[in-house]
Design a protein around this ligand. Structure first.
Ligand code: HDD
Length: 715
């Protein structure tokens, strides 16, 4: 089937590395890469060859029993091995600890020289290497991938003018407006201090207490309760720079800017039940999905777009454009698509690359600058600081973090300094004019002169104090089933709060400010007094591209999706082969699920096929669709409760199910008890054409143009 994670990676990685050897970063990393797959002898860290790494030096009795005597501390080789092991762990990221990353390239399609002089945003001939790390926010490093959470979308561009880190999320707004609130926010959403429960989720008293007491969190928590917080794949989610940055052109004119990533595969989500189950069944679901797609050359791509507001229009909006709890609605500020990101190479080693990669919002390149967004300014302090505690002061010298352009300055020393700088001076000015500041036309990052006036105080502007309008905008823009999912998400989360103060005031006081129906449904579900009046008038406005339904690809695609094909002895080989070929031709991945992983024989066929997996090792949740060919194997399948559950569960998760011949009866039997089901149009066709993969975002599960056709209203 596919290149699996368990084996064969080494060769695949080598091939990809060779293929991408044009990338400046790939070339740069080469000098630090060594290969374990050699037959060279083992050595200590100081390079001395070691004859034995299995037995600690000890005294062995000379009698015939060879009795074990004292183990000797003098064994410096054993000591080195244990010392190294004892210090393997570094502090995990205080947030975004769980994540995975990949290399790729960024290409610019359209020069933005009208608004910036940044090389990466003006030179369309460049192919800029990038490293991208996706993450969840709340959980620790070993937590599950599919939890309800924001996803980090951090991009490191290795540009010719230095590193640009665009450290974003898959949700365009943030919980808080001021960085000084970040520790409170993170403490409230992390496990509670007295018992360190729960792991990687907001479904607890402290988070919802914080959320209520910070009205500014309202807009963001609406997004978190939506399908955006349970993506199907990192490859199928949007990315946002969130903060407002500034672009500066050659003439010194400034534009405020927001950055967007739009996935080519559309925006798709899991349904909550799937996400919950996958948390236990396959905690690595998202990282495996990304790695396997790249290994299979199904390289994920995102369009890169910007929203621009000229400096003089800063105050033309109802909201403050520097407030990161607000979006810039696309009907007011349209997107300009300017480039494309592709991820095409997995890491060679997780720790040295994905774990040690370190992002800093303060890392921008000339032509890109910061706005006065108060969250951004605080971030610019925090990221550098956190890397010092995680990796040490010389973290920017680590292979994954170092730029591909020359680095030369008078910064020196500190723990684990690698670079060796020749010369007799390490200060500026010096008598040799060594490493002088860049001159006026030497492409330096130069802060534009700006007049600043005001009163120094701890406060925010007037527009920063309105928090409900865009929460309403988001709610109004949702489709019916997205609204239902939000109601169910609130009901789940607040059900996990056992302090009535917490769930009652959230459901009874905050939600009625957004929408009465939402508030009533949630209050009823979680046992809060049911509100009868809206507490704020809903303005009724909507905005484009808030509903993820609007990102459906023009033509439904099953590219890179995993399709389970279930077979046992006696399966119909023609239907099986036909579907397998059709799935492959559509760029999807067929995965054969057998009743066993020993050879399975089709009717009248002695060759046998080896399944990729046996059914009990997998679950329907791990696949996007299921197909069962007809044949006498159905007699066995139909008696198997787990197989029937597989079909019913897939159906419950709005996935396409296909069957031919006798297998139609299996599907009907499995779905007999599912409420509201109609199995229509089933016929005996041996040849079923795949029609499309249905995701949670769709109203109806209409899956095949022929064969079994299942119609069901949205859950
Ligand atoms: Fe942050 C990590 C995204 C606000 C402080 N943040 C981190 C990562 C992402 C974001 C994607 C993981 C980077 C990686 O993969 O290594 N953070 C955001 C976004 C924010 C935001 C989109 C709002 C616009 N963050 C934010 C604030 C602060 C921090 C306001 C502090 C004042 N964030 C951190 C951090 C982390 C971090 C503690 C933890 C690990 C790291 O930086 O490298 O410094």
């Amino acid at each position: 089937m596919t290149t699996t994670l368990a084996g064969g990676l080494h060769k695949a990685q080598e091939a990809v590395r060779n293929a991408s050897s044009g990338s400046k970063k790939a070339v740069d990393l080469e000098r630090d890469i060594s290969d374990i797959h050699t037959k060279l002898p083992l050595t200590s860290d100081h390079g001395v060859r070691i004859p034995n790494t299995d037995q600690w030096l000890r005294v062995i009795g000379e009698d015939k029993n060879h009795s074990i005597g004292p183990t000797l501390l003098e064994d410096q080789l054993a000591r080195e091995k244990i010392h190294r092991f004892d210090h393997e762990r570094i502090p995990e990221r205080v947030v975004h600890a769980r994540g995975t990353g990949a290399f790729g390239n960024f290409r610019l399609f359209q020069s933005c020289e009208d608004v910036t002089h940044a090389g990466i945003l003006t030179d369309t001939s460049r192919n800029t290497p990038v490293f991208v790390r996706f993450s969840t926010v709340q959980g620790s490093r070993g937590s599950a991938d599919t939890v309800r959470d924001v996803r980090g979308f951090a991009v490191k561009f290795y540009t010719d003018e230095g590193i640009w880190d665009l450290v974003g999320n898959n949700i365009p707004v943030f919980f808080i407006q001021d960085a000084i609130k970040f520790p409170d926010m993170v403490h409230s959403l992390k496990p509670e201090p007295h018992n360190e429960v729960p792991q990687a989720q907001t479904a607890h008293n402290n988070f919802w207490d914080f959320a209520f007491l910070h009205e500014e969190a309202t807009h963001m928590f609406m997004w978190i309760m939506s399908d955006r917080a349970v993506p199907r794949s990192f490859r199928m989610m949007q990315g946002f720079g969130v903060n407002t940055f500034v672009l500066v052109n050659k003439q010194g004119k400034r534009h405020f800017v927001k950055f967007h990533w739009i996935p080519k595969l559309g925006v798709h989500s899991l349904v909550w039940d799937e996400a919950l189950k996958l948390g236990g069944q396959d905690p690595d679901f998202h990282r495996k999905d990304l790695m396997e797609a790249i290994d299979n050359k199904a390289y994920p791509k995102w369009e890169f777009a910007i929203q621009l507001i000229p400096e003089e229009k800063e105050h033309d909006f109802e909201f403050d454009i520097l407030d990161s709890t607000k979006i810039w609605p696309e009907d007011l500020v349209p997107l300009r698509v300017i480039g494309e990101l592709e991820l095409n190479r997995n890491v060679d080693e997780f720790f040295t690359e994905t774990e040690q990669v370190a992002f800093c919002t303060s890392h921008v390149v000339p032509g890109i600058d910061f706005s006065d967004d108060p969250l951004l300014i605080g971030r610019n302090f925090s990221y550098f600081d956190t890397q010092i505690s995680r990796l040490g002061i010389n973290w920017e010298e680590l292979p994954i973090n170092r730029p591909v352009c020359p680095v030369l300055n008078h910064n020196r020393d500190g723990q684990m300094r690698h670079r060796i700088t020749q010369g007799t001076v390490n200060y500026w000015p010096n008598r040799f004019d060594a490493a002088p500041p860049a001159g006026p036309n030497e492409g330096a990052f130069d802060t534009l002169q700006a007049k600043v006036a005001g009163v120094k105080k701890r406060a925010v502007g007037e527009k920063f104090r309105e928090h409900i309008s865009q929460a309403q905008l988001f709610w109004n823009s949702m489709s019916a089933h997205e609204k239902l999912h939000i109601i169910k998400a609130f009901s789940f989360e607040l059900d996990h709060c056992d302090d009535p103060t917490v769930y009652q005031r959230l459901a009874g006081t905050r939600l009625p400010e957004i929408d009465l129906h939402l508030a009533q449904k949630v209050a009823e579900a979680v046992g809060a007094p049911i509100p009868t009046q809206p507490l704020k008038q809903n303005h009724g406005k909507r905005a484009p591209h808030l509903s993820q339904d609007e990102f459906a690809t023009a033509k439904p695609t099953i590219e890179s999706r995993k399709i389970a094909i279930i077979i046992g002895d006696g399966y119909d080989r023609v239907a099986f082969m036909g579907m397998k070929a059709a799935v492959l031709a559509a760029g999807a991945v067929p995965v054969i699920i057998g009743l066993k992983r020993s050879p399975i024989y089709a009717e009248g066929d002695a060759r046998g096929v080896i399944a990729d997996h046996q059914y009990d090792g997998q679950r329907s949740t791990m696949f996007d669709a299921t197909f069962v060919p007809g044949g006498s194997h159905v007699k066995t399948l139909i008696k198997n409760g787990q197989i029937r559950h597989w079909i019913a569960e897939s159906f419950g998760h709005l996935k396409a199910i296909g069957a031919t011949g006798e297998a139609v009866q299996l599907v009907e039997t499995a779905l007999r008890d599912v409420e509201g089901l109609k199995v229509a149009g089933a016929h005996e066709s041996q040849h079923v054409e795949w029609y499309g993969v249905v995701t949670a975002g769709q109203q109806k599960a209409e899956s095949f143009s022929e064969g079994v056709k299942i119609v069901k209203d949205a859950k």
